[in-house]
Design a protein around this ligand. Structure first.
Ligand code: KIV
Length: 280
């Protein structure tokens, strides 16, 4: 769904056209790849939007990228709401998806709807995402029946890290049957798209062929209808090991570290601030 295609191309006269759920569906029909990145603030949201990224996910990965937690488990709705509002307020074209954090929908359909309504009313997001296939189908159905689009998320689901026994690839061997059942369940419940995280490429291909709704890969190989990455991994900000499926497109940690050192050296040497940075 780049700017060269009819689904969201910028026009000089009326500004960029908002990506909507039907554009996800059309992209799958026409074999046009969908792109998504996470974003947690207005500055990156604006940059990614202007670059033509189709959707921005305000992920609960804010937990380990912004909020200082080790996992996504402690993240709350109240913590994600201001981040989501900042992202939604900064974009003109991109479709903004609010991630429902752990503990905000597992109790049942009514709790899920309550959380989804909060995100829609308080942030300006265009859809919500929640984790789980068969186990979350009632929640997805209830939210969708209320007019809120849902992006589903199956395969490796980080909120269930402990239940799954760690960062383990899902859908291998006998696990494929459950993965297919999960994919069908979220489609039947009304999800407009489904994220497949850390599943073998061939399993993702089978699901993509089986489903009418678009599949979005996070570490699920090339055969899906779209790709999504956590922006800090993709831009080289995340310290330490990054997952095998991430390709780094920048070295922001290197750039910022070098800038900080250069500035500190200039301050120490009395070179900064110069006359051009000082008021008369
Ligand atoms: O929170 C997040 O960033 C996510 C993606 C990894 C799918 O859920």
């Amino acid at each position: 769904m780049s700017e060269q295609n009819p689904y969201g191309g910028a026009s000089a006269s009326d500004g960029p056209k908002r990506v909507r759920t039907r554009h996800f569906q059309n992209a799958k029909r026409d074999g046009i790849k969908i792109t998504g990145l996470t974003s947690y603030d207005q500055l990156t949201a604006r940059i990614f939007d202007e670059a033509g990224i189709d959707f921005l996910l305000v992920g609960d990965s804010a937990g380990n990228n912004v909020l200082g937690y080790e996992t996504t488990l402690p993240v709350t709705v109240d913590e994600l709401i201001p981040l989501t509002r900042a992202v939604a307020g900064a974009v003109q074209r991109a479709f903004v998806v609010a991630d429902m954090p752990f503990g905000s929908y597992e109790n049942g359909a009514e709790e899920a709807l309550h959380t989804a309504v909060r995100f829609m009313k308080e942030t300006g997001a265009h859809a919500v995402k929640l984790e789980g296939g068969e186990r979350s189908h009632k929640q997805i159905r209830r939210i969708v029946q209320s007019g809120i689009p849902v992006m589903a998320h199956i395969g490796y689901t980080p909120q269930s890290e402990h239940g799954l026994g760690g960062h383990i690839i899902q859908g291998r061997g006998e696990g494929l049957e459950q993965l297919l059942a999960d994919a069908v369940a979220v489609q039947e419940a009304g999800a407009f798209a489904v994220v497949l995280e850390m599943v073998p490429a061939d399993a993702a291909r089978q699901i993509t062929e089986r489903l009418d709704i678009p599949t979005i890969s996070v570490g699920a190989g090339p055969h899906t209808d779209g790709q999504l990455l956590v922006w800090t991994d993709w831009a080289g900000l995340t310290p330490g090991r990054i997952p095998k499926f991430v390709k780094q497109y920048a070295d922001l940690a290197g750039v910022l570290g070098a800038a900080a050192k250069a500035w500190q050296a200039d301050v120490s040497a009395g070179v900064y601030p110069g006359p051009e940075h000082s008021y008369e």
